[in-house]
Design a protein around this ligand. Structure first.
Ligand code: HEC
Ligand code: HEC
Length: 391
């Protein structure tokens, strides 16, 4: 891979030197510059986004059944390339100071380490930024902590228009894109004509976000060597294997998963959930009603999206309000801190309805934290396909 890319770079240098020599020797007028090459570092052939080479254990029905890609917007290499440029372009915030990537950073699992993130004018977001890894495999296809966006195509236009985040209108988005000479060719490659519309921007951005997949962690290296998560992973320490068994609720002598197991909500190899839940952070919802805020249904107060735990160790702090600074604090919550919220989800209740609070030993807590760190995908953090393309 790398060798191929380096030889391309060398060829381009040689070509560039040749062109310069011609200009000097022949005093030829300079060729009109390619607006894409002038502004962006994009490969000659687009990167592969459409056909990710995922390991076998990831390409199973338990993940693929969760795919929220609509038939009308499959990921294409040129579509995701355009999405990548839009994602990193500060042109699309009112004072050109932030892009999507300001709050969704590649090396942080596409999340942010600030408890609340700063928008274009320095204002703070209402909730903690979300990691975008494996968004594609959130079954119901709803986005945001309160699931108010019913598809990724709908979600990706909302940050632009958010008065704190980017402060734009849909009309001004198109006008700004038209001012940049690199967009016409990128739209043409992605959609067949150079026409710039917000619908096309949404399609391209959704393709890019859906292509952000984490499947190259130490967890994956171990999982690929065994038949299932119940087996001891050969590349794990004893502590990590212990944490894995707690996470999956694997009873020492076999049998059904222990109640309260994390996998009950953070499930499948994508570690996502089929829908929103309440995990007992508070006794009652007062300031942020979560899903209930969107639907007005009190039975849905306090329900929040269950985020994928892929690359979770890379993006503290945690929860919708970023209340926990560390994974240790998160695990302590599930050990002793789960509150009896009226809508606390059944996975965290005992048979008589009280919060489970299994009271993990110090060794068990440390093991769970160690396991969560094995889900970090450092390759994704360095993957050129997802890097800032601007020169
Ligand atoms: C100023 C910071 C900021 C900027 C800029 C920003 N976001 Fe976000 N993003 C957030 C926050 C905060 C949330 C959670 C908001 C909520 O749930 O109410 C979020 C949530 C999301 C989600 C939902 C993830 C999920 O699993 O439900 C997606 C997708 C997303 N952003 C994509 C984008 C895109 C695409 C852009 C650029 C068009 C963008 N964001 C710009 C802060 C930001
Ligand atoms: C009832 C379902 C449920 C169970 C069981 C569950 N979780 Fe969660 N988890 C959630 C929900 C819902 C959230 C988001 C809550 C919020 O922010 O309001 C969450 C958030 C998290 C987060 C923070 C994610 C982020 O992006 O900030 C971590 C880490 C986490 N859970 C780990 C665990 C571990 C470890 C276990 C097992 C000990 C576990 N969870 C069991 C539902 C659950």
């Amino acid at each position: 891979m790398r060798e191929l890319k380096n030889s391309w770079t060398t060829l381009r240098w040689i070509a560039a030197l040749g062109a310069t020599t011609l200009v000097f020797v022949g005093c030829r007028p300079e060729e009109p510059t390619d607006p894409v090459a002038a502004a962006l570092n994009l490969p000659r052939e687009p990167y592969n986004y459409s056909n990710p080479q995922v390991p076998e254990h990831f390409a199973t029905p338990n993940v693929l059944n969760r795919d929220n890609t609509p038939f009308t917007n499959p990921v294409t290499d040129y579509g995701a390339t355009l999405g990548r440029v839009l994602f990193y372009d500060k042109t699309f915030s009112k004072n050109r100071s932030v892009s999507c990537a300001s709050c969704h950073r590649q090396n942080l699992g596409f999340g942010d380490t600030a408890r609340l993130s700063r928008g274009f004018a320095g204002g703070l977001t209402g909730r903690h930024s979300m990691g975008l890894v494996n968004s594609r495999f959130y079954t119901n296809g709803n986005f945001f902590w309160d699931e108010r966006a019913s598809s990724l195509e709908q979600q990706v236009l909302m940050p632009f228009q958010d008065p704190v985040e980017m402060g734009m209108t849909l009309d001004s988005l198109v006008a700004r894109a038209q001012q940049k000479a690199y967009y016409a060719p990128l739209f043409e490659q992605a959609f067949g004509t150079a026409e710039i519309t917000t619908e096309r921007m949404a399609l391209a951005l959704a393709q890019f976000v859906r292509s952000i997949l984490a499947y190259q962690s130490r967890y994956d290296a171990g999982r690929a060597q065994v038949n299932g998560p119940a087996a001891a992973f050969p590349n794990f320490t004893a502590q990590e294997n212990q944490g894995k068994n707690l996470f999956f609720g694997i009873a020492p002598g076999g049998g059904p998963p222990a109640p309260g197991a994390c996998v009950g909500c953070h499930g499948s190899e994508a570690f996502t959930a089929p829908g929103p839940r309440n995990n007992g952070l508070d006794l009652a919802s007062t300031t942020d009603l979560g899903l209930g805020q969107t639907t007005g249904n009190a039975a849905q107060n306090g329900l929040f999206k269950v985020p994928s735990l892929r690359s979770i160790g890379l993006r503290p702090p945690y929860m919708h309000d970023g209340r926990f600074k560390t994974l240790e604090e998160v695990v302590e919550h599930y050990s002793t801190g789960v509150k009896n919220h009226p809508n606390l989800s059944p996975e965290l209740r005992t048979p008589n309805g009280t919060p489970l609070n299994p009271n993990f030993s110090p060794a068990q807590k440390a093991a769970l934290v160690a396991f969560l760190h094995t889900l970090s995908d450092d390759a994704l953090g360095n993957d050129p396909r997802f890097r800032n393309p601007f020169k």
